[in-house]
Each structure stands twice: as C-alpha cells, then as structure tokens.
Write a protein that binds this ligand. Structure first.
Ligand SMILES: Nc1nc2c(c(=O)[nH]1)N[C@H]1C(S)=C(S)[C@@H](COP(=O)(O)OP(=O)(O)OC[C@H]3O[C@@H](n4cnc5c(=O)[nH]c(N)nc54)[C@H](O)[C@@H]3O)O[C@H]1N2
Ligand SMILES: Nc1nc2c(c(=O)[nH]1)N[C@H]1C(S)=C(S)[C@@H](COP(=O)(O)OP(=O)(O)OC[C@H]3O[C@@H](n4cnc5c(=O)[nH]c(N)nc54)[C@H](O)[C@@H]3O)O[C@H]1N2
Ligand code: SF4
Ligand SMILES: [Mo]
Length: 903
C-alpha cells in the first residue's frame, strides 16, 4: 500500500469500547505519532494513557511475519491449503460440528462477518464463539430477554445529560477513561449531577463518586430487586409507561419483594441507611443512567443482574429519553460489531435468531449458502471442554489468547495441546496460545489493516491503515476468505476489499427488514470503495427504508448516509412479538462459594495502563511503569490474619491452580475478598496466569463465566531472598521462583524472589545479564544478606542486581535510569552498586503520570510545598495535563497527604 508521509490518517483506537478517534501520522523518518481526533464524537480529541502511547506499541519486535507449519516457515499457499484440506477432511469424516472457531471482539467487523459466514452458512455449524462470551454475553442475554433484541438504547451524550449516574461493577476511570473524563467534565459544569459507584472495591473511579457502595460480591441482584420493591413501595413508578409499553411488571415486583430492606442489607453487605439513601436518590432523579460492566456481566448471576437493572429503568420509564437508560459499556473495540455480525454461538447474523426457522432460511437465501447452522453452537467454556473431550478435532483461534484469558486456563491449555489440529491467526509469534498451534497465520495489526468497528454507543467508525504490512502478514478477512475459497466456497468469498464485505453486511442488515430488526444499516448496502474510504463515524440504525416505520418513531424521516439517529425505546416499540418490553421476575439467591480451605473470594480485573494479556501494552516502557508486576490487593485485616506483610510474595491457590504475586495491602479492598489483575502471562511472569485459578462456572442463561468470584486461599511465599534487577537485554530464562519482567526505557526491569539463597549471586547475575565478558562490580554483605552486582560494558550499564533478605528497597525509577546514563568514572560506576539514588537526584517514586513520567514522591513533595489541587500539581509538574488518566490518582495522593499534614 502507498503510505503518504505527510498525511494524518483518521482512524480509531484499538483498545476499549469507547472507540476514540485517533489521528495517526508517519514522519519522513518513519516515526509514528498519534493524537486524539478533535472531530470524533466519542472523544472530541481526548485520548487516555493507552491511546496516547499507541505509537510505542507498533514496533515489529516479536511479530509473526510468515506463515508457519509445525514451527517451520512456509508460504501462504501451503499453509492455507493445509488448513482448508484439514477442515474439509474433518467435516467429511466427523461432520461440521467437529470444527470450531474461537474468535474475538478485537477482529474488525469485516473479519468477523466472514468468519461467521464461513462457519454458519458454509461449514454449516454454529461452533463459532468469541471472547465476547467472557465479556458481553450476559448483557446480550439480558437485552434480548427484556427488549427482544440486543439493543443498547442510549448514547454517550446521555451520560452528560444525566442528573444521576449509577456505575455498577465498572472501573470507568481505568477501563473507559475517556467516558470517565467526559462525566468528570460534565459534573464540573453541573455540580448537581450525582455519581454512585457500586463496587466491592474503592477503585479510582470513586474519585468522582458522591456515594460508594462497597457491595458484597454478587450482591447486585439483591440490590436492584430491592430497588424495584422500594420504587413500588414509594410510589416512584411510571405507571403510564409500564402499562403502555411493558408486560410482566406484577410478577417482577412480586419476585422483587421477596426480600425486605433488612434482607437486602444482609445480602449486599450494605447498611439499611446506605440502601435507603441510594434508593431515595434513584427514586427522586428522573434523569438516571445506570452504567454497568464486568462486575455485572462476569457472574453466575450476570444475566439476572442485567435484567434486575433494566427492570428498574422500565419501571420508571427511564429509557430512550435524554439522560436516561441502562447502559452496558462494551470492553473491546469491536465487541459491538461482533454482536452485529452474529459472531456468537447462539446468534445468527445481523441480529437474527439462530432458533428462528424463518431467519435461518432468510440468511441462507441471502448468502446463497449450501447449509445453515440449525442449532446453537458451543459457547466458549463448552467449546474448550469439547476440545478436551475430543469432540472438536480442528480449532481455529483468531485474535485472542485463551491460554491466558479463559477460566480454568491450564485445562484450556491442555485441551489445545491435545487437539489434533490447531490454527492460530495472530500478530505475535510468541503468545502463550500460539506456541501450541500447528499452523500459525500472520495477521496484519492495528495501523496496517482497514475496516470498521462499533463502539459502546452503536457508532461505527473506520480503522484505517497508515503503515505497510510487515513481511507476509495479511488481513484477517483475507485469510478467512482464502480458506473458504480453498474449501470450495469461492463464489461466496470472492471479496477483494473490506469495503465489499461491509457493503454485504449492510445489505444483509436491511434485507427483508421491515423494522422487525433493530440492527439495520441498510443505507450502506453495496457502498463503494471511495465512500468507504471517506466513511465518517455514524450511529445505527441507518435504515434505507422510507420513513415512519411504526417500530422507529424516533428515527423520523428516511435516513441519509452520514446522519446520526440516536435513542431507542422512549415510546416503547420493543423488538418482542407484541412490541412490549418484558419485565423479568428475579429472585436474589445466596451462593456461598468459599469454604474453610478456600476462605477468600478472588475478584479479578484490570489496571489502568495494561491491556489484557499485554501483547501490546507490554511493549511500551511508559505503560509498563505504572504497575510493573502482578499483585494482589488485600485488606489490612485479612493480610494480618494470614501473616502477610506489604510487598511480600503471596501464593494464591484455588481448586484449579496457583499463582505467585506481590502483596499490596490496602483498605480500598473489601474484607474477605482479594483482587488481582488478569494481565500477566508466562511471557511476563514466572507464575502469573490468573485464569489458572478461575473456575469454568458460568451464568446459566448467557454462558458467561463467573470471573469475579472464585474461592481461594492466600499464603505468604516463604522467600529467603528478594531481588530487583535492570538489564539491557531481556534474559532468555530466569532461574527464580518468582519473577516478573517489564519493559523500561533502555531495557528491562525484573522483580525476583527465591525460596533459597543462591550460593553465588555474581554467577546468577552474569547469567541474568548475559554478560560474561564485561566489567563486574559487586558488593556483598553476607551478614545482612545484601548483595549488589553491576556489569558495565565500558561506560554503559549492562545490568544491575540488588538482592536482600526482604523486599528490595532500591528506587526503581533511579535504577532503571541507570541503563540510559553514561557512567564515565569508576566512582560513578560504584555508585550503582551502592544502590542509592544520588542525593542530588531524589527518588521519584512509583510512576503516576505515564505521559510525563511523574512519580508519587514528586507529587507528595509538591503537596508538602502547598499544592492542594490537581490543577496546581499539573502547573508544577505537568502531571495529569495530557491524557488525564492519572488525575484521580493524583487527587488520592493529595488527599492522603493533606490528611497526614492535618493529623
Ligand atoms: N486499562 C484497561 N482498560 C480496558 C481493558 C484492559 O484490559 N485494560 N479491557 C477492556 C475490556 S475487554 C473490558 S471487558 C472492560 C472492562 O471494564 P470494567 O468492567 O470496568 O473492568 P474490570 O476491572 O474487569 O471490573 C470492573 C469492576 O467490577 C468490580 N466487581 C467485581 N465483582 C463485583 C460484583 O459482584 N458486583 C459489582 N457491582 N462489582 C464487582 C471489580 O472490583 C472491578 O473494579 O475494560 C476495557 N478497558
Ligand atoms: N480472570 C479474568 N479473566 C478474564 C477477564 C477478567 O476480567 N478476569 N476478562 C475477560 C474479557 S472481558 C476479555 S475481553 C478477555 C480478553 O482476553 P484475550 O482476548 O485473550 O486478550 P488479548 O490480550 O486482547 O488477546 C488478543 C490477541 O490477539 C492478537 N491480535 C491483536 N490484533 C490482532 C489482529 O488484528 N488480528 C489477529 N489475528 N490477532 C490480533 C494479540 O496479539 C493477542 O494475542 O479476557 C477475559 N478473561
Ligand atoms: S478511552 Fe483510551 S483505550 Fe479507550 S478508546 Fe479511548 S483512547 Fe483508546
Ligand atoms: Mo472484555
């Protein structure tokens, strides 16, 4: 492809479902820079820390650039022929259900559409599921139960127009930072706007919350059924809306009334006073949006949580009107697009139903397909169980890393290893999953590929290429089409551009759609290449049908390409057979998973600067400084009870497996629960794969695993020695019981712990640094167990290792900087071994602001010097003035240190 150096390319961020517009530019020297697109309606120019660091994550290191068969480089022809012939043969011998695709919300819509078309219409099975099963399935199921379709009613604007935002199981500050910033900015303009946070942990999102309800794990069903009952008792219902547009209210209210306020208090771990304050606020505020995410979806009661929330919005008629609505925010950049193409095992295409014969016939006819999947396929957890059981004989994994992200991950890994034929399409050569593939297919990455994604508010935006594809990497849609052609389905997979696929997808959405289906972008049917190239972000629906469909009164006149329509359901018109929304009767149930052997509840999730299995963010030094190793948050009382001190190494065990992580003791954690992030893999830590602990327990309706509620025990790992190292090169292997590596400027930083004291630390260090022929300086104090060893290649540090019997106290910021400094004299080189920051260079502390590399200690010093606002800190240090993702952490530091000063 032609790359125009001077041009800024308008594209979309490949991380979260906010779907921010990005302007990317390649300078004459090849340097890529990005900035927020001021014209994109999701972000209006803002980017968070991950978006701002995109340019640092597109390097070619570690990329898979040639197809491989059994570890051997090969050409596309041979690889594609092998995939197609093995699939065809497997179908011939064992039937279509012996094949499965496990795909991803990080595929573009065009990739996803073709993968789904191949499986459901041509292979003739519905065994295609996606990592969205771990992410959005409960929301999808809840929407379909209540609305008759998977419809997100509202828009981002509603968050700014609301007078009350209830955040349930969502750490918006870290996971949807630009939405968080939009809310924070709106709140500043309209201080009467209230925010309630419902999360067992006091996350950074609590910074904008007027009320934080530290709910007991999975207390949400009780909380929201309790709210419905309260609304009924306090005359806070919208009777007219209920009567005109819904059914089933009576049963729902009856079921909700099973618990009285004391019962709700017991089930939620909240006081009756907290409950009535929240309930009164909700009852009194017409403009209320309830935003929810994985604390709701990833639960054995996930779908019930979703419907318990939706019930409250239906009961108050707070849906579809400005500043109102239940709002499930999507995780991945194209979680929503995947739902549109029907890329899940229990959906068809274009929001049609797999169990509706009419829909099946229609899709088959539209595709001129030889077959159509006649029954639901296997959902992710069942799919890998079927792989383990030998029923799936050929598996194709695209753009996801299940060996790290599926529950019961060791069992998933074993299943993949035992599967007779595994194909993995990925951009990296060395993920924990791809290493088990028989065939590895190199996909083009963000910046190299073209297509569309849909964000949380149903807005479809283009991703555009601005880099040439490296080596032989090819777009995912191309790979799928080539396999399909070689399986004999050439006519239906003759697409040569993503525009053609998008045009077909749009045509299907409008095909025989008389308004009975919400997803309709028929106006873009058959879009040509030029228009696709210029496509501006737009929201669906964008129907080609003329005017006033009874189902879409809000939409008004015939849509025009590029125009935006917005909300669903203000006047009812749901996608059920009678056009009415369904109240779902829900009863709270108690579910005790802990027992004396596994007395604590493990809650899992995300951190600000890492993305999933770190395949991208792990490449950025900037993003790797905020939190550089796997950790577990423990309440001080639990830590004391289990004999764990701050910065100890902790073993977390469940019935499934165990991990080793650093202890972080904090009162922000709820007693009885611990929290650990999902990000660390075998590539970055000795034993950090968190999903080796989680169970394959799923929500009975959605099949989504309960990733936030696992019974575990914790114990101190009896380390005899701790270490910290910086190295110029990444070590090949690390002989330590605990290790975690993170990229830093100039090299790598490594945390270490050992069950035994090494006999010879200098020998260990020289293996770690891969530096036998350089100058080694060492300091050993055998009495105190302190060892410091540094290796120099002339004036440059090759590596430094600091060992102590307890957690190593050396400043990480100072130590990593040594990799980039010139150590001209012996004295300077010895100073590295002394392991102390020079007096003239105080330790900056843990990185808070990744954009300007500002540490916690610097902020504390400014607070001591009189800065008392985030703005003042910004003025003094620039921290928080670029992407703003760290502003809540800065505020927390100011608060903590002001309190100290006052005491
Ligand atoms: N930085 C960053 N951002 C991301 C991602 C990332 O990897 N990194 N991933 C993206 C993706 S795919 C997704 S799905 C989203 C996820 O976005 P979020 O859902 O916001 O993130 P999580 O950290 O998984 O979980 C949110 C919160 O749920 C809480 N929680 C746990 N159990 C319960 C419960 O029983 N009830 C309630 N009310 N809360 C509970 C947890 O304490 C946690 O703070 O983030 C997206 N954005
Ligand atoms: N314990 C626990 N587990 C969880 C969660 C949790 O909260 N707790 N959250 C779950 C959720 S919500 C999600 S979404 C999943 C995410 O889990 P995964 O989907 O496994 O995570 P990623 O690291 O995003 O994996 C994406 C893979 O695709 C590759 N890739 C990137 N771009 C492309 C491309 O264009 N084409 C191809 N072919 N490959 C590409 C990357 O290199 C990487 O290997 O994790 C789930 N697992
Ligand atoms: S909020 Fe951040 S990660 Fe999400 S789309 Fe925007 S820039 Fe990307
Ligand atoms: Mo997700």
């Amino acid at each position: 492809m032609e790359i125009d150096a001077a041009r800024e390319v308008r594209t979309t961020c490949p991380y979260c479902g906010v779907g921010c517009g990005v302007l990317a530019k390649v300078a004459a020297d090849g340097q890529v820079s990005v900035r927020g697109d001021p014209d994109h309606p999701a972000n209006f120019g803002r980017l968070c820390s991950k978006g701002s660091a995109l340019a640092e994550t597109i390097g070619l290191d570690g990329r898979l650039v040639h197809p491989e068969i059994h570890d051997r480089r090969t050409g596309w022809n041979e690889a594609l022929d092998l995939v197609a012939s093995t699939f065809s043969q497997t179908i011939a011998e064992h039937g279509p259900d012996a094949i499965a695709f496990y795909v991803s919300g990080q595929l573009l819509t065009e990739d996803y559409y073709l993968a789904n078309k191949l499986m459901k219409g041509f292979i003739g099975s519905a065994n295609i599921d996606t990592n969205s099963r771990l992410c959005m399935a409960s929301s999808v199921a809840g929407h379909r139960r209540a609305f008759g379709a998977d419809t997100v009613p509202g828009t981002y604007e509603d968050l700014e127009l609301a007078d009350l935002i209830v955040l349930v199981g969502s750490n918006l500050a870290w996971c949807h930072p630009v939405l968080y910033q939009r809310i924070a900015a709106a709140r500043e303009k309209r201080p009467e706007m209230k925010v309630v946070l419902i999360d067992p942990r006091r996350t950074m999102t609590s910074d904008i919350a007027d009320m934080h309800l530290a709910i007991a794990p999975d207390g949400d069903v009780a909380l929201f059924t309790g709210l419905l009952a309260w609304l009924g008792q306090h005359n806070a219902l919208d009777r007219a809306y209920i009567t005109a547009h819904t059914t089933g209210f009576g049963q729902a209210l009856f079921a909700a009334s099973a618990l009285d306020l004391a019962g709700v208090a017991a089930a939620t771990g909240l006081s009756e006073d907290e409950l009535s304050r929240f309930y009164s606020l909700f009852a009194a505020t017409a403009r209320t949006v309830t935003v929810y995410s994985q604390g709701v979806n990833q639960s054995s009661s996930g779908t019930d949580k979703v419907n318990a929330i939706i019930n409250c919005h239906l009961a108050t008629g707070r849906i579809g009107k400005p500043g109102t609505g239940p709002f499930s925010v999507t995780g991945q950049p194209n979680a929503m697009g995947g739902r549109e193409v029907g890329g899940m095992a229990n959906m068809l295409a274009a929001h049609m139903e797999i169990d509706d014969p009419g829909h099946r016939e229609r899709v088959q006819r539209f595709w001129s397909a030889p077959a159509i999947a006649g029954k639901l396929g296997l959902k992710a957890v069942e799919m890998f169980q079927a792989v383990a059981g030998g029923r799936i004989k050929a598996l194709w994994i695209m753009a996801t890393n299940p060996v790290d992200s599926m529950p019961d991950a060791d069992a998933v890994e074993a299943a993949i290893k035992a599967c007779p034929f595994v194909v993995v399409s990925d951009v990296l050569a060395g993920t924990d999953t791809i290493r088990h593939a028989h065939v590895r297919l190199p996909a083009t990455a963000w910046g190299e590929k073209d297509g569309t994604v849909t964000n949380s508010e149903r807005r479809i935006s283009r991703q555009r290429a601005f880099l040439a594809a490296p080596g032989e990497a090819r777009p995912d849609w191309w790979i799928v089409a080539e396999v399909a052609r070689r399986m004999g389905f050439g006519e239906a997979f003759g697409h040569v551009t993503p525009a053609e696929i998008f045009g077909e997808h749009a045509a299907l959405s409008g095909f025989e759609n008389d308004g009975a289906r919400d997803f309709d972008i028929g106006i873009y049917a058959g879009i040509d290449g030029e228009e696709y190239e210029a496509l501006a972000p737009f929201q669906w629906p964008a129907s080609s049908r003329a005017a006033q469909s009874p189902r879409r009164p809000e939409q008004g006149a015939r849509a025009v390409r590029g125009s935006s329509t917005t909300r669903f359901f203000a006047n009812g018109n749901f996608y059920t057979s009678d056009g009415k929304a369904r109240f779902i009767p829900i009863r709270a149930s108690t579910d005790t998973r802990t027992n004396p052997d596994f007395p604590l509840i493990l809650n899992t999730g995300r951190i600000r600067d890492h993305w999933h299995t770190m395949t991208r963010t792990g490449k950025s030094a900037r993003l790797s400084q905020h939190i550089a190793e796997p950790f577990v948050e423990i309440h001080p009382a639990d830590a004391q009870h289990h004999g764990i001190g701050d910065a100890d190494i902790v073993r977390i065990s469940s019935t499934r497996g165990e991990v080793l992580v650093r202890a972080l003791i904090t009162p922000r954690q709820r007693r009885g629960s611990v929290f650990a992030p999902m990000h660390w893999t075998d590539q970055f830590a000795a034993r950090g794969r968190l999903d080796t602990l989680t169970a394959p327990l799923v929500d009975p309706v959605s099949g989504q695993p309960a990733l936030k509620h696992v019974a575990v025990r914790i114990e101190k790992f009896a380390a005899k020695a701790f270490g910290f190292a910086v190295t110029r090169h990444r070590p090949e292997a690390i002989a330590a019981d605990y290790w975690a590596v993170a990229r830093c400027k100039g090299g790598w930083r490594i945390e270490l712990a050992f069950a035994d004291d090494a006999a010879d630390w200098t020998a260990f260090a020289s293996r770690l640094f891969d530096a036998s022929s350089v100058e080694m300086l060492a300091y050993h104090d055998r009495d105190t167990g302190q060892h410091r060893i540094a290796a120099f290649d002339g004036e440059r540090l090759v590596g430094a290792l600091f060992v102590a019997p307890g957690p190593v106290a050396v400043s990480r910021g100072w130590a990593t900087e040594q990799l980039e400094e010139v150590h001209a004299s012996q004295r300077e080189r010895f100073r590295v071994v002394a392991g102390r920051a020079g007096a003239e260079r105080p330790d900056a502390g843990a990185t808070v602001c990744s954009c300007f590399n500002v540490g916690a200690n610097q902020i504390v010093a400014e607070v001591a010097a009189g800065c008392t606002t985030v703005e003042a800190i910004g003025g003094a240090l620039k921290a928080g003035t670029n992407c703003g993702s760290c502003r809540s952490e800065i505020r927390a530091i100011i608060q903590a240190n002001r309190v100290q000063a006052a005491e």
